[in-house]
Design a protein around this ligand. Structure first.
Ligand SMILES: [Zn+2]
Length: 350
């Protein structure tokens, strides 16, 4: 039995009244210390150590509001990485909890609370959902965070990344992501990818398809800036509705598309051929263009449209999301990490 198998088993046995249930950390020294990311909720202060059952010296406890991982290179991600690299963390657990106020607070309530604290709405970023990483579902949030950590380039293939949900009313742990299983899948996928890719440039045709339908989309209560599911099923308007001006500013674009392929998640930086012309369907359902790939990339950078926007190359007849027309530079992804998204939120304020 491995560490988290023992933790979850002891937890469930204890809750069913087994007085002998417990963890013997000494049997799991290879898996310790454990690194846990939890919410800031003070109700967790006494609960988490008790639920995990590992000794203080074996427990690296990271916290932020809502146990959120923003992206694979975020500051929390760097702390997780150093918790493993410097402090010897052997396994990572993202532990969400029920009744999380970060998930339950609506945007209206949040802006009102900020207002009471003397922070006017106009001073806050436009998209509060994205800015604070708010999620309507504690469960989805854990799944998403565990997935980002698992595929972060900062976390090596030896570290299991678990996702758990803690019932704050009774201390019951639900194991949402079994890090041992995803680790095996991840290792297989990583080695398969390594075998396939040549050191020189990879021909475009060999790149894995985007497989938009297989992507996991988090649930969000408000706002659509995270990942809007405008897949091929979006009805395509007729060309009689063509508009010529530029589309209005919309949600900030996701320049780095996180996509799932058969070989596992790959971070891709997408690019359009600058001279190729496209027509696009903006969020107002009007068709714009033809415009060049270069112009479209500008619009994406400005947050007017995103990579899910339907587009058709000039002379073509098929509508697909822009991401499907784009070439990706997966191998350059690390060197091309983009400026912090916060810039586009504040641009309109200045
Ligand atoms: Zn919380």
């Amino acid at each position: 039995m491995r560490l988290f198998e023992a933790i979850v088993e002891a937890n469930h046995r204890a809750l069913s009244g087994d007085k002998t249930a417990g963890l013997r950390p000494d049997e799991f020294t290879d898996a310790l210390p454990v690194v846990a990311l939890t919410c800031i909720d003070p109700r967790l202060n006494p609960l988490i150590p008790e639920v995990l059952g590992v000794r203080e010296e074996h427990f690296i406890w990271l916290r932020n509001a809502g146990n959120i991982i923003f992206d694979s290179m975020s500051s929390m991600m760097r702390t997780l990485a150093l918790a493993c690299a410097v402090k010897g963390g052997k396994e990572i657990a993202i532990v969400g909890h029920t009744d999380c106020l970060v998930c339950k607070t609506t945007i209206l309530q949040l802006t009102e609370r900020f207002r009471q604290l003397g922070v006017e709405r106009a001073r806050l970023p436009e998209n509060l959902v994205e800015f604070f990483g708010l999620s309507a579902s504690e469960r989805q949030n854990v799944l998403k965070s565990a997935d980002i950590v698992r595929h972060s380039p900062l976390i090596g293939p030896k570290i299991p990344v678990h996702g758990l949900l803690l019932d704050i009313t009774n201390g019951k742990l639900e194991w949402l992501v079994n890090g041992y299983q995803t680790l095996d899948t991840f290792r297989t996928a990583t080695s398969a990818t390594a075998e396939r890719s040549s050191p020189a440039s990879t021909p475009l045709a060999e790149l894995p398809s985007l497989a938009v339908g297989e992507m996991k989309f988090p649930e969000f209560k408000i706002g659509d800036a995270h990942v809007v599911t405008q897949t091929q099923t979006t009805p395509v308007p007729t060309e009689t509705a063509e508009a010529t001006s530029e589309p209005a500013a919309g949600p900030a674009a996701k320049l780095v598309e996180k996509t799932k392929s058969a070989a596992g998640a790959v971070q891709k930086v997408l690019r359009l051929e600058a001279a190729q012309k496209y027509r696009i369907v903006a969020s107002d359902r009007k068709i714009y263009g033809p415009v060049t790939g270069g112009k479209i990339m500008e619009w994406i950078a400005d947050g007017r449209i995103d990579w899910q926007t339907l587009a058709k190359p000039e002379g073509g007849s098929e509508w697909k999301p822009l991401s499907a027309w784009a070439a990706s530079a997966a191998k350059d992804a690390l060197s091309q990490l983009l400026p912090p998204k916060i810039q586009s939120f504040f641009r309109s304020k200045h």
